[in-house]
Design a protein around this ligand. Structure first.
Ligand SMILES: *Cc1c(COP(=O)(O)O)cnc(C)c1O
Length: 388
């Protein structure tokens, strides 16, 4: 669709295929049959560079439609879908790494990615180093065998911002691939490819799905990174089912308006939390006094529903857990990005390596859903009052 149209308009038009139906039909498929051996051979010759039906694992009309929408979101070249966000990350990293290589990742990276580096990559003889979540001092950490600068911005739980154009320029000078986890922004609030990254990965499970009813990941590449990503995706046999692709595309259509509601409500809750006597710090880049606020304003198009808060050190981890248990409207569970509010305890002292969190208060991560903000604030208030 023409570049002159606004992003939200383009997002509603993309991935609609060519039939008259507003929604692309669900194509559940494995086998595609050909009329002649010549047609079969011709397709096999061309299918790496052209999008041709050949086999279910290579894509169907349902996965193409969703890929198109996510590529539109990320302003990328081409993209692939994976059964989970974690699978998208793992396969994408393996597409660019071989034994002896080294990867740099943020100390605010999503914990399962840290574990993937610590276990699966280490077993393959691939080493890693953590860099500070604000991106400071990255250049000094680059080794001759460093291949990837892995970015997660804003960071997990603490929502640290880094200057992506700046660190991407450093990475390019050293011939590194810049790979970003863009689940926070989900392509709508943040666009790593436009800021210098080669690949942007999203857990579709979160805001794109948007309803806590599916698992999926997407990896979108620029033209340079696409061939290696494509090869790895086929080699590792990654694809998604047509029904999930249909559901995720349904989520894409309403994501901008959902994110706006999540973001407005979360900012109100963050401001309310900041004024509470029990709380030492609120992590939220949309707050004017957040250390990442200037970069957030410059690079992000809005806020999502994620906030973390740190209780004052006079309260124990057990007391923080009491606050979580006292919440009624916040479900205690993994993930986020659905319509409902969620909460989890965190363990920054046990995960982060560059900052000593042991002297800090207990940190609680919340996801602000689409419930009425006043109700959520009232719930947080009664839960925090259990501390006194
Ligand atoms: C949830 C999440 C993932 C992984 O997504 P799954 O679909 O749960 O595997 C990756 N990165 C971030 C930042 C996430 O929050």
């Amino acid at each position: 669709m023409s570049e002159s149209k606004k992003r939200s308009t383009r997002l509603l038009r993309t991935g609609r295929n060519h039939s008259g139906w507003v929604n692309a039909p669900v194509s559940r498929a494995s086998t595609y049959v050909f009329d002649t051996v010549e047609a079969w051979r011709d397709t096999r010759k061309r299918r790496d560079t052209e999008r041709l039906p050949s086999y279910g694992a290579r894509g169907t009309d349902s996965t193409y439609a969703l890929e198109d929408a996510i590529v539109e979101l990320e302003a990328g070249h081409r993209g692939f879908l994976f059964p989970t966000g974690q699978a998208a990350i793992a396969v994408t990293l393996l597409a660019f790494l071989k034994p002896g290589d080294h990867i740099l990742l943020s100390d605010a990276s999503y914990e399962p990615v840290r574990n993937f580096c610590k276990h699966q990559l280490a077993d393959l003889g691939i080493s890693h180093t953590f860099y500070p979540p604000d991106g400071s001092g990255i250049e000094a950490l680059i080794q001759p065998n460093t291949k990837i600068l892995y970015v997660e911005c804003p960071g997990t739980i603490t929502y640290d911002m880094l200057d992506l154009p700046l660190v991407s320029a450093i990475a390019k000078r050293h011939n590194l691939w810049v790979i970003a986890d863009n689940t926070w922004g989900s392509g709508w609030l943040y666009q790593p490819l436009s800021l210098g990254a080669d690949i942007s990965i999203t857990a579709v499970t979160k805001y794109i799905g948007g309803h806590s009813d599916l698992m999926m990941g997407a990896s979108v590449a620029n033209e340079r990174a696409w061939p290696a990503l494509q090869k790895a995706t086929y080699g590792f046999g990654q694809t998604v089912g047509a029904d999930d692709a249909f559901m995720a595309l349904r989520g894409v259509r309403s994501m901008p308006i959902r994110l706006q509601a999540h973001g407005e409500s979360a900012l109100r809750v963050a401001q309310w939390l900041q004024a509470r006597p029990e709380i030492a710090h609120v992590f939220c880049p949309a707050l004017p006094d957040d250390p990442g606020h200037a970069l957030w304003k410059k690079h992000c198009l809005g806020m999502n529903g994620l906030i973390s808060f740190e209780l004052k050190t006079q309260y124990s981890q057990r007391q923080a857990e009491g606050v979580i248990d006292a919440l009624e409207l916040f479900g205690l569970g993994a993930s986020w990005g659905g319509f409902e509010s969620l909460v989890i305890p965190t363990d920054l002292a046990g995960t982060r390596v560059l900052t000593d969190w042991r002297q800090r208060g207990a940190v609680v991560r919340i996801h602000i859903g689409l419930e009425d903000t006043d109700d959520l604030i009232a719930d947080l208030k009664q839960a925090l009052e259990t501390l006194s």
